[in-house]
Design a protein around this ligand. Sequence first.
Ligand code: IMP
Ligand code: MG
Length: 174
Amino acid sequence: MTEKIKVLLSEGEVDAKIQQIGEQISKDYAGKQVHLVCVLKGGSFFMCELAKRITVPVSLDFMSVSSYGSETKSSGVVRIVKDLDEPLKGKNVIVIEDIVDSGRTLSYLLEMLKDRGPESLRLCTLLDKPDRRVVDVNVDYTGFQIPDEFVVGYGLDYDQKYRNLPYIGIVEFE
Ligand code: IMP
Ligand code: MG
């Protein structure tokens, strides 16, 4: 199957939005330090760009989860592939995600991270597809709400391709 990519959010729009979120986080955490937890691989491009725009002290950690399912739908069964290097106890944690879709991955992950005793725990996602929500998830910082389309770019993949696109595009299958 071949596919075409149609631009949904340009590089300029995405960059401007990340700048805004960075400023908001810097305000909200004034006088504190934030610990960004990136959900690999999709969240990595967003986290790096966001971290550069946060003016309070930042530390970073990474984890990788895999949700069993088809290429375009998650099943809700989540497995930790790579855990965090550092404990979360006493830290102001912000989980950085590429997209919240059904919410299954995130609701599982946030419950697990809460048990590790962070001082605070928030969620920041570049994209949100609210129409697809199956499990309720409280998102603290959202870049863009988008329609129910399969998107790639800025870390998001289709079959491991297109993560490196500097914009968000809709995948059109032909
Ligand atoms: P959820 O558990 O259904 O919320 O799934 C979230 C994960 O599914 C995301 O972190 C992505 O890895 C993947 N995903 C959901 N929608 C898309 C999409 O439109 N493009 C690429 N990956 C997606
Ligand atoms: Mg993801």
